[in-house]
Design a protein around this ligand. Structure first.
Ligand code: AMP
Length: 614
């Protein structure tokens, strides 16, 4: 992920990069030497300034700012526990409900509640905190890869549509908020925020024009590019697919130095024309490379000075590692940071490590962090069922502070933020991998309850079950039922797509026409949450859902296989999602027919009942 200006360092006229990097590294040293002290101070600061807010008073905190009282009085919560407070703010109540500072906007999380994006309150100053985290990334990176100030970063960055709450607050994803902020748009000169994409191309709301112009600018400056990336691996792979589809047009524009008329946004045209110059030699070079049968190593071929690919490949994104390896000819895949709409959490201090070994150091100034110990069964996440479980008193007492994290233990992250979340369960499971000074460094293990994910969508088992339940109603007239099902996130297609494997019981005599199964696919998609539907309908980051009908007896074979691997016969339950390659293979070889959703599900920006801005 790209990094922000180092505003807080007060750069002097005389730009001294090494000096600035050292200051940042010193900051990291300092805050990790005594995370407990920092955390105590952060909590006291949050509680002091919010002492009079309704939420803290409701729970009887009574102005206390110490950890013990905070832990005794305040419940550990999930989104649903504060939904009514959030709704009041969304509906225009400006009283100090969660935070003493005015809520500047809502950040729409890719986590959903009731099928809609969760709304995270934020305040103006959080932008400084996010910028601070970004500013740590390149000084860390430059310890391992020198000379990154001598060229550019080619990052594919996009904004998403935003909506207004009934009370008039903007609601949009955190990165859209950041790219539209002056922190990003008016960043002062910094060799590390020197991107091939002009701001106008990133801020273009039309996703085709944005991607086209960013690729064009990246290609025009191909020799200068030292690092490439996107936020998530899925986004970067989508850019490669876009190049596969559009390289002839891109080469035409490069050869002639003119921009084709499909790019209509005047500010994008103006910005691109400052970079685009007729370059027939470059165009034929790109044409020759893209025209080759194999796209193996296309990144290093077109951008020969690239040192690494900067994308998140931890968590569900790990499914893209092999594809990225193929296109980038094995360049290091670098995960620099761990962040969310609720709070930006931490950075990877060893960025050239293998993706499987990535650990994030939570920066203790970002918020107040607590850790809820998580037990998992037999090494496989006890995951699935998404019961919104609230904690009893004993469980609440099990939460530990950052400084008390134990090596090897897994925890769910609980955060208290400057913007008004108190002891909020983020839903991510982390494992302590090591320590930086006294600060724990965490492997990202998983997000609780997620069974399927292609891009930023997160589908849990209950949502999947509901989608299947709605979809099978189309089979009723044919006296057919689904006896067993499971699902699979198929990332061999670009973009990836959800696959449902269905085993049927057919009692009727009329054959089921393909259109009925297609209706099943579409109904399933319509039943999934808003982030999924946005990915399908607006971002085109998820492909059409597929139903694969498997022959009778397939799920018995699946059970036999699981038992042969050591599963208990008595406790065996059909997994609702499969990932393990031999199991996917077992299912795939028994497919008798398959069907795709014929159209995109409906999606509107914002919650259903709000009006959209663009
Ligand atoms: P959002 O709620 O849309 O802001 O997404 C935040 C969530 O994305 C986090 O809570 C994680 O589940 C996931 N996430 C963010 N950064 C990373 C990372 N570096 N590795 C794995 N998952 C991540």
């Amino acid at each position: 992920m790209p990094e922000a200006p180092k505003k807080f360092l007060n750069p002097t006229e005389d730009y001294n990069l090494q000096d600035k990097n050292n200051k940042i590294l010193h900051f990291i040293e300092e805050v990790t030497k005594n995370p407990d002290e920092v955390q105590k101070r952060v909590l006291a600061e949050i509680l002091t300034r919010n002492a009079h807010v309704e939420y803290l008073q409701r729970h009887g905190l009574n102005g206390h700012t110490d950890r013990d009282t905070f832990k005794k009085m305040m419940p550990v919560i999930k989104y649903e526990d504060i939904q009514s407070d959030i709704n009041r703010i969304a509906n225009g109540d400006t009283s100090q409900i969660l935070c003493s500072k005015p809520i500047s906007e809502f950040l729409t999380s890719s986590g959903t509640s009731g099928g809609e994006r969760k709304l995270m309150p934020t305040i103006e100053e959080e932008l400084d905190r996010r910028s601070l985290l970004y500013s740590l990334l390149m000084p860390v990176m430059s310890q391992y890869v020198p000379g990154l100030d001598k060229g550019k970063g080619m990052y594919f960055l996009f904004i998403k549509s935003e909506a207004k709450t009934p009370g008039g607050l903007v609601a949009r994803p955190v990165l859209t908020s950041y790219y539209k902020s002056s922190h990003f748009k008016q960043r002062p000169y910094d060799p590390y925020t020197n991107y091939t994409s002009p701001n106008e191309t990133i801020l273009c709301p039309d996703s085709y024009q944005s991607m086209y112009s960013q690729l064009l600018c990246g290609l025009c400056q191909n020799k200068e590019v030292l690092r490439v990336g996107a936020v998530f691996a899925s986004g970067f792979i989508r850019a490669i697919r876009f190049l596969e589809k559009h390289w002839t047009l891109l080469c035409k524009d490069i050869a002639s130095g003119t921009l084709n008329p499909q790019i209509t946004d005047p500010s994008v045209r103006e910005a691109v024309m400052k970079i685009l110059k007729p370059d027939p030699k470059l165009a034929s070079f790109i044409e020759a490379e893209c025209g080759k049968a194999s796209w193996h190593g296309i990144i290093t071929r077109l951008w020969p000075n690239t040192k690494y690919v900067d994308v998140i490949v931890t968590g569900t994104m790990s499914q893209y590692i092999p594809t990225l390896e193929y296109y980038s000819n094995g360049l290091p895949q670098v995960c620099t940071m761990y962040a969310s709409s609720e709070c930006y959490f931490g950075v990877n201090l060893n960025p050239l490590c293998k993706p499987s070994e990535v650990s994030y150091t939570l920066i203790p100034t970002m918020g107040y962090f607590e850790l809820l110990p998580v037990q998992r069964n037999n090494g496989i996440n006890s995951n699935p069922l998404s019961v919104p479980k609230s904690l009893n008193e004993k469980e609440q007492q099990q939460l530990v502070d950052l400084a008390d994290a134990k090596l090897g233990q897994e925890y769910e992250l609980v955060v208290t933020t400057y913007a008004g979340l108190y002891r909020y369960r983020v839903g991510d499971v982390l494992r302590v991998a090591s320590f930086k000074n006294k600060a724990p460094q965490f492997n990202f293990i998983c997000r609780k309850n997620v069974v399927l994910s292609i891009d930023s969508d997160k589908t849990d088992e209950v949502e999947l079950q509901n989608a299947v339940k709605n979809a099978v109603t189309h089979l009723v007239p044919f006296d057919a039922t689904v006896t067993e099902y499971t699902s699979f996130a198929d990332t061999t297609t670009i973009p990836g797509h959800y696959v449902l494997f269905w085993e049927l019981s057919l009692n009727g005599t009329t054959p089921i026409p393909p259109s009925v199964f297609e209706d099943c696919c579409f109904t399933a998609e319509e039943s999934l949450n808003s982030v999924y539907r946005q990915g399908r309908a607006s971002d085109k980051s998820i492909g059409p859902l597929e139903i694969k009908i498997v022959e009778a007896g397939t799920f018995d074979k699946l059970m036999d296989y699981a038992i042969s691997l050591g599963a208990s016969i008595n406790q065996y339950k059909t997994p609702r999602c499969v990932k393990f390659a031999p199991i996917v293979e077992l299912l795939s070889t028994r497919v008798v027919s398959s069907y795709f959703s014929p159209k995109c599900p409906k999606w509107v920006p914002g919650h259903k009942q709000w009006c959209s801005i663009d």
